[in-house]
Design a protein around this ligand. Structure first.
Ligand code: HXC
Length: 510
């Protein structure tokens, strides 16, 4: 009996070594942790239960049959994050570069199936050279099996991908179908084809970092939702994000203990809006003052800064925030900001997370760049996402709400539940200057007349009261009491029930 137990431990020890000490050292030398070290940091201490530790590949081509390491390049299982269940796979770069074989894929599929059955999220720690070259079509099939599960799980359980090494080919498409992708600066890359192939096909000379590093994907392509300094920071930030999310689409997000008075009054907000309507201010200040303990988890902070999205808690409950940012492009909507916010709104709606929308928007960004890029269709994504969302929706207009952008930003007309405005709100088709130039073109050479017309327009429209008269604004509120009003609004909506008509699925303008 003792021998058998020793044999088990010997085999376990071998499995834990993955591709061997030399490759583990190489992984460390690059500033990367191993697959198992990452799981240890991600999950609660001692909570990890591993599956399939002894799985080995069954391939016989290119002499690979002589090398059959336990685990086959991925560590899978489940554990907890702050006591809540999660399934995890962590690719082991020390085994065939973390490449995906038929059996490697089967291990991932197994935990994805269990996650779906048991209603718990999946976190994938990706560090993979893509399809295992020696296995050919078997590994492509394995990828497709994972993709199909990503698709079925979408909107049912949260799926989070962390890119922690070079991820090429198929290794990027599975993350692409998950809810969030995070990267690690300087050690992670994502590309469909690497720099060498790019050079051969297009003659472009580009480094891996330029082609698919964290900066590229968080600032240019928007493929990634954020990037962290190193593995340790990435994993601790994923734990933080996890706490905001529900386990599945049938459960609510967890309520965390809070020590911040929901009725907290913030007199400083009364002077947040500058006297000059063309002067910017930082919308993040308002978000921090509404949130419990000022805690805000921002998503895609380095992309399309004219809109801010992320999670806060109010009375301990998760709320998704979408806010125009007057500091960037005057807070206008454009292609990038519409896409960014639309995806976020749909995530919140899929997982029953209420949405707070803070509005200061001068309209859609004009120009050929926008029109040729399809701003009509991309702007429609956000409009569509808000309109179909059935979760509680609370909106606060702080200043400008002009034109179509007024409609789009969770207006009353898109089934906003509480639509508040500050007294500084201006709700109109456009700003006074633009309006007067169109309506009184023949008087443009008479400055005094134009000034009087502008004043007249401002008096009539540069306020929230016309909209309030019509019931499009439920109440004009004091800026200082915003947290209290918003908290009470969400509290009153906890039992909200609203369903869209039956359909197979919608046809959002992709
Ligand atoms: C088998 C692989 C592998 C792969 C790497 N390795 N990628 N083994 N299949 N796809 C092995 C290497 O042979 C090496 O083994 C070890 O992993 C580490 O690789 P290195 O090249 O030494 O590391 P590094 O210099 O850091 O480069 C990492 C890399 C590079 C950028 C990932 O290995 C690379 O470009 N690999 C190929 C990427 C690729 O083209 N994949 C196929 C994509 S097509 P030893 O024994 O020396 O440690 C695809 C199709 C799916 O994925 C499509 C679905 C839609």
């Amino acid at each position: 009996m003792k021998d058998i137990l020793q044999e088990l431990e010997r085999r376990r020890g071998e499995a834990r070594l993955g591709g061997g000490q030399r490759r583990i050292d190489a992984q460390h030398a690059r500033g990367k942790l191993t697959a198992r070290e990452r799981i240890e940091l991600l999950l609660d201490e001692e909570s990890f239960e591993e599956f399939d530790m002894f799985v080995a590949h069954r391939s016989t081509d290119f002499g690979i049959e002589a090398d059959r390491p336990y685990g086959d390049g991925v560590v899978t299982g489940w554990g907890t994050i702050n006591g809540r269940m999660v399934y995890v796979f962590s690719q082991d770069f020390t085994v065939f570069g973390g490449s995906l074989s038929e059996t490697h894929a089967q291990k991932i599929c197994k935990i994805m199936d269990m996650a779906m059955q048991n209603g718990a999220p999946v976190i994938g720690l990706n560090d993979s050279g893509g399809a295992r070259i020696q296995e050919g079509v078997a590994s492509l099939a394995g990828y497709a099996d994972v993709f199909q599960r990503n698709i079925m799980a979408s909107g049912v359980i949260p799926q989070i991908s962390v890119i922690m090494g070079p991820c090429a080919g198929g290794a990027v498409y599975s993350p692409a179908m998950t809810d969030f992708i995070f990267m690690v600066q300087d050690t992670s890359y994502m590309f469909v084809t690497g720099p060498d192939v790019v050079k051969t096909v297009t003659n472009e000379v580009v480094t891996a970092e330029q082609l698919g590093g964290a900066s590229t994907h968080t600032r240019k392509s928007s493929v990634a939702d954020g990037a962290f300094r190193d593995d340790v920071e990435a994993l601790s930030e994923i734990r933080r994000l996890f706490d905001f999310l529900p386990l599945n689409n049938r459960e609510k997000a967890p309520t965390r203990p809070f020590f911040d008075d929901p009725a907290r009054i913030e007199p400083s907000l009364d002077t947040l809006i500058p006297d000059n309507p063309n002067q910017p201010y930082d919308m993040k200040e308002l978000i921090a003052k509404i949130a419990d303990e000022g805690d805000f988890y921002e998503i895609q902070k380095d992309f399309a800064g004219n809109i801010i999205v992320g999670f806060i808690r109010i009375e301990g409950q998760t709320v998704g925030v979408v806010a125009n940012q007057p500091m960037v492009l005057a807070g206008c909507l454009d292609i990038d900001s519409s896409r960014k916010a639309a995806r976020f709104v749909r995530f919140c709606d899929a997982f029953e997370i209420p949405i707070l929308t803070l509005v200061d928007v001068p309209g859609f960004l004009p120009g050929t760049g926008q029109e040729y890029g399809g701003v009509i269709k991309h702007g429609a994504k956000l409009l569509f996402a808000y309109g179909e969302a059935t979760v509680p929706k609370v909106t606060v207009i702080t200043r400008k709400a002009y034109g179509g952008a007024y409609d789009v930003m969770a207006s009353k007309h898109l089934r906003g539940d509480f639509n508040y405005a500050w007294p500084t709100a201006e709700i109109a088709v456009m700003g006074a200057k633009g309006a007067v130039e169109i309506l009184y073109r023949s008087e443009l050479d008479q400055p005094e007349k134009i000034a009087a017309r502008t004043k007249d327009y401002e008096d009539r429209f540069a306020n929230p009261f016309v909209a309030a008269e019509k019931g499009f604004i439920d109440e004009v509120i004091q800026p200082r009491s915003t947290r209290k009003r918003v908290a009470r609004a969400f509290a009153s909506l906890r039992g909200k029930q609203l369903a869209n008509p039956w359909k197979k699925h919608d046809n959002i303008p992709l």
